[in-house]
Ligand binder design. Structure first.
Ligand SMILES: [Mg+2]
Length: 255
């Protein structure tokens, strides 16, 4: 493990709004053997506009389920999101719904706007060690998306909201379940996420953390979800995941 990649090492401050990431030393050896990626708005950019479709499907689900007009359904969705972390958790806690049809409905989206990402494909392929996806969404959605992006085969496993027994990130118990299920030593791991709040527990557990930011402000998401956070638990931030991954791999040194 290198200097500066765990909670016991002081991290360089991330510049607020400065998306020129704090890059690891490219001449160092790769300090991680496990690479953990969130899915939505992390492995594909917010500009792909997938998330707004899912968001809208969730609103539609609430509208059908409760017989609400769109605005009321939207207000209820925001209420659940703030109170329970996800709409699904709100629906399960307050109405005991079966989560499986909900997940199928929410993720029944058109992937036409999602382009294959050869740069990210090559960057992930070049990472040494284990690569896993850790998402609050469903396994089928993760599979559909990574297949379309062109790099599903690089990941040894997807840990989804069903594996998490429907307790979403950032609940501590879910990270522990993920680590236990896949026998991961957090001190060897680095986690990539677009939501800052989901990186606090990984930092506490000893992982290195990277906040993946949109290149431009995304009008479909809450402002707090896309700020360049300054927090001790965010070790690095980037708006170019493929570039960040390329830079983390040591370059061959001239002999
Ligand atoms: Mg995400």
């Amino acid at each position: 493990m290198s200097e500066g990649s765990g909670p016991n090492h002081p991290q360089p401050p991330v510049q607020a709004g400065g998306l020129a990431s704090v890059m690891p030393d490219p001449t160092a050896t790769v300090p991680f053997s496990t690479w953990i990626f969130d899915l939505d708005n992390t492995l594909y950019p917010a500009e792909s506009r997938l998330w707004p479709q899912i968001d809208l499907r969730i609103t539609l689900f609430l509208s059908h389920f409760f017989g609400l007009d769109g605005l009321s359904a939207r207000a209820l969705q925001k209420h659940y999101y703030y109170r329970y972390g996800t709409t699904l958790n709100g629906l399960m806690a307050e109405h005991g719904i079966d989560p499986h049809p909900y997940l199928d409905f929410a993720h029944d989206i058109d992937l036409a706007t999602l382009e294959p990402d050869p740069a990210l494909n090559h960057a992930i392929a070049a990472l040494p060690g284990r690569k896993l996806i850790f998402t609050n969404g469903s396994r089928r959605h993760a599979s559909n998306v990574t297949k379309k992006l062109g790099f599903e085969e690089h990941f040894e496993a997807v840990f989804d909201i069903v594996d998490a027994e429907f307790i979403p990130k950032p609940h501590h118990v879910t990270y522990q379940r993920f680590l236990d299920q896949h026998e991961i030593d957090p001190h060897t791991a680095i986690m990539f996420e677009d939501l800052a709040k989901n990186l606090e527990v990984p930092h506490q557990l000893g992982m290195a953390t990277v906040l993946v930011l949109p290149k431009r402000h995304d009008p479909f998401r809450e402002s707090f979800e896309q700020k360049a956070e300054v927090a001790s638990y965010i070790h690095h931030s980037t708006d170019d995941l493929a570039g960040f991954l390329r830079n983390i791999i040591p370059k061959p040194q001239p002999s």
